[in-house]
Ligand binder design. Structure first.
Ligand code: UDP
Length: 415
């Protein structure tokens, strides 16, 4: 029987998988816990779905825990998210209390596991108070920040920083996101899983069937953005870009596909704004998809001629990686993690305005050979840099460093 890891050798190379086995040998049996605030929807859930089983297969005792809360908790953490990405939103003391109380309740349930663990990865701000709520922790705790925190709204960051400072290390996706913190900071870019339903090859008939289901004409060009309905993803800017591009390419169709994440309460409002902006254009398709529509998204990304990710802030942008892996040059907002992936004029185009996105769309649709060539470069760039095997390797290396610090501490106290 082929193991999960062996199946990656075919995509990423034998050497990559051997390397993972060697790197993880000293970590066998180690207890590692990842904590975030949703099991489905959004990039973090997407990554943990594969990273945790792979660690287990390498003999590491890895688990994934999810904290839960009521509506006010998610309202509060969504405000944190917006504030950390630079929006000047204030969080009332009452809401902040809900944040701390919700974490305290979750700590009651999780404390035995967390205090025993050798390494704990806390993802994003939602569960960040857990460290202070586990006074008898044994292992190292890492804050894994996935969002663009390059210019946080200071009053909110100041409060959250109090929690983050107590961690042993932080991990960011980009150097530009690092902050002044009293502990080592590491850089690990996110990744996609090439063998997941979201990214595996699909039969042409299935792609066609998905297009038919949503009334898309496969003989006409399709422009696509897959995203949660979130203002940082600029869905209204996408509609503007489409309208401008359509003046040159009248047959153009636009698909805005996205569902919500269970920890994102603003999705409905933004979706309404997007529906209003659509007006009665029959060539704009707004698809509110269920959270498990991975194969559908895969098919749409493969069917698209143009993949857009016009974000104005973006921690990394897995949708960019996904589009590139499908051989599409991505037209992406010139921001955050998109800059790491879209090498301007090579793997896609970086844009700052709807006009810019429209111009690049028109160029690619009128130069199909260039579209193909850049798409191939994009796929190889992802193979080299953004597959889950690379992220796992860097994660293991970080665990080795943290483990060594643990040993040094033990030796010092024995000596
Ligand atoms: N996604 C999804 N369904 C949706 C919208 C997004 O499965 O309706 C997936 C998308 O394919 C990607 C992830 O959620 O894998 C979003 O990650 P990204 O880093 O692009 O953005 P985030 O939502 O984390 O800000």
């Amino acid at each position: 029987m082929t193991t999960l890891l062996e199946s990656y050798a075919a995509v990423a190379g034998e050497g990559v998988v051997n390397h993972l086995c060697r790197l993880s040998a000293p970590l066998k049996g180690m207890q590692v816990v990842h904590v975030n605030s949703t099991r489905i929807g959004g990039g973090v859930a997407e990554i943990l779905t594969k990273l945790v089983p792979l660690k287990r297969e390498l003999g590491i005792d890895a688990r994934w825990e999810v904290i839960t809360g009521e509506a006010d908790f998610y309202r509060c953490t969504k405000s944190f998210h917006n504030a950390l990405q630079g929006s000047p939103v204030n969080v009332s003391n009452a809401l902040f209390r809900v944040f701390e109380e919700t974490n305290a309740r979750n700590a009651e349930r999780l404390r035995p596991i967390l205090e025993e663990a050798d390494v704990v990865f806390i993802h994003d701000p939602q569960p960040v108070p857990l460290l202070k709520l586990c006074p008898n922790r044994k292992g190292k705790w890492v804050w894994r920040c996935h969002i663009d925190i390059s210019h946080p709204y200071r009053p909110v960051w100041k409060r959250l920083r109090n929690f983050v400072s107590a961690y042993d290390a932080s991990v960011f996706s980009l150097a530009a996101f690092s902050q002044s913190l009293p502990h080592p900071q590491y850089l690990i870019a996110p990744s996609i899983d090439p063998l997941s339903e979201k990214n595996i090859e699909l039969p042409a008939a299935e792609i066609k069937a998905v297009c038919d289901r949503f009334g898309l004409d496969t003989d006409r060009p399709i422009m696509l953005q897959v995203s949660r309905f979130d203002r940082f993803k600029d869905p209204l800017g996408v509609i503007q870009s489409y309208r401008l591009a359509k003046t040159f390419v009248p047959t153009l169709q636009l698909v805005l596909a996205g569902g919500g994440a269970t920890d994102d309460p603003e999705g409905e409002t933004v979706l309404e704004e997007v529906r209003a902006a659509r007006a009665d254009d029959p060539d704009i398709h707004i698809l509110a998809l269920p959270a498990d529509a991975h194969r559908t998204i895969n098919a749409l990304q493969r069917a698209a001629d143009i993949v857009l990710q016009k974000s104005i802030k973006e921690g990394f942008g897995l949708t960019v990686t996904e589009g590139m892996w499908k051989g599409k040059p991505v037209i992406g907002g010139d921001t955050g993690g998109i800059r790491l992936q879209v090498i301007n004029h090579h793997t896609g185009f970086l844009v700052n305005t709807p006009e810019g996105a429209a111009l690049r769309t028109r160029y690619l649709l009128q130069h199909r050979d260039k579209l193909q060539e850049m798409g191939q470069k994009a796929r190889e760039f992802v193979r080299e840099n953004f597959l889950v095997t690379r992220q796992l390797r860097e994660n293991l290396a970080l665990m080795l460093v943290l483990d060594r610090q643990n040993e040094d501490r033990i030796q010092l106290s024995v000596g």
